[in-house]
Design a protein around this ligand. Structure first.
Ligand SMILES: [Zn+2]
Length: 311
């Protein structure tokens, strides 16, 4: 099924099913307002265990009423359905790949590539902005933050950052990612953000309310609803580092997400399976811990800790 965007009547709510491959679909909920305006896509569940965003998208589908909005809200409430059902960290079980590294898509590729192609072909052409909802994974703690695409066209970066300043997380992180749902959209000239909230395989009503509030703020910023449209206090993080395990082993984290760290401070130690020290991760600058792996066991290539430079 294809979405005939220009045939959707105003003041309507329609659920579509898009086929990724035979027997495998995703759902798209289109809430078209009574009045014309911008089209905002909100996606969730790229990573199947990041529950705050997933529950937020489901919640939005039930509370946003078409007669109250201008423009169109497009919800992609659960992109990695199988990962969600099976409790798979980061990847899509169908091909073991991370959808956030799968763009550009390919209709003849593996499942992640096909799904990327569906989003690229069916959703991107219809939207003015995309917000992708994430959180920490089952084994990660994090502090709420917003990533904005720093390596898109200057105008796309400017529009993305201007919107990010209206959201509630105080940390805005410049991202060089280009191959994810939101970051590839930015490469195509669509302003885009990634919001991170919640972690450790948990979700609370309070966090869902906070995520929902941020979507409503973004809708106000885009002129889709009445509401405050003022920048909130924030800190720009222009430089960040994402450390991954060079070997299998034991991970001892010494600094928790959201905490400030000093240049030279040890953020954690990776010990090999034989107990010898593999790596003592030190901060190269005064910074802040963005997220942190809390599981003791890590395998080569797993994330350990991410930290930003505090200006
Ligand atoms: Zn994620």
């Amino acid at each position: 099924m294809q979405i005939q965007w220009n045939q959707i009547p105003p003041n309507s709510r329609t659920e579509y099913t898009l086929e990724v491959e035979p027997g495998k679909t995703i759902s798209v909920i289109v809430i078209k307002g009574a009045n014309p305006g911008k089209t905002l896509a909100v996606s969730a569940g790229v990573h199947g265990c990041e529950y705050v965003g997933i529950q937020t998208a489901k919640h939005l589908a039930s509370i946003i009423q078409p007669e109250k909005i201008s423009g169109t809200l497009v919800l992609l409430p659960l992109l990695n359905i199988e990962g969600f059902l099976r409790g798979c960290r980061q990847v899509m079980p169908e091909d073991g790949k991370d959808l956030n590294r799968a763009f550009p898509g390919d209709r003849t590729g593996s499942f992640s590539k096909r799904l990327a192609a569906v989003i690229e072909e069916e959703i991107y052409p219809a939207i003015d902005f995309i917000l992708d909802l994430h959180g920490g994974d089952m084994n990660e703690e994090l502090t709420p933050m917003v990533f904005y695409p720093a390596e898109a066209s200057p105008e796309t970066t400017r529009q993305s950052l201007e919107a990010a300043e209206k959201l509630s997380p105080g940390l805005l992180i410049a991202s060089s990612a280009k191959t994810g749902v939101y970051s590839y959209a930015a490469q195509k000239g669509i302003p885009a953000l990634l919001l991170e909230r919640g972690a450790l395989g948990r979700w609370t009503e309070q966090e869902v309310d906070q995520d929902t509030g941020d979507v409503v703020r973004l809708m106000a910023h885009l002129g889709m609803i009445e509401g405050p449209d003022k920048p909130l206090p924030h800190q720009l993080i222009a430089d960040s580092c994402f450390e991954v395990a060079p070997e299998d082993g034991y991970w001892y984290a010494y600094a928790s997400a959201g905490s400030r760290v000093k240049k030279g401070q040890t953020l954690g130690e990776l010990h090999r399976l034989d107990g010898s020290l593999c790596w003592a991760v030190e901060s190269p600058w005064d910074g802040i811990i963005l997220y942190n792996t809390v599981s003791l066991g890590v395998s080569r290539g797993n994330p350990l800790v991410a930290y930003g430079r505090w200006e």
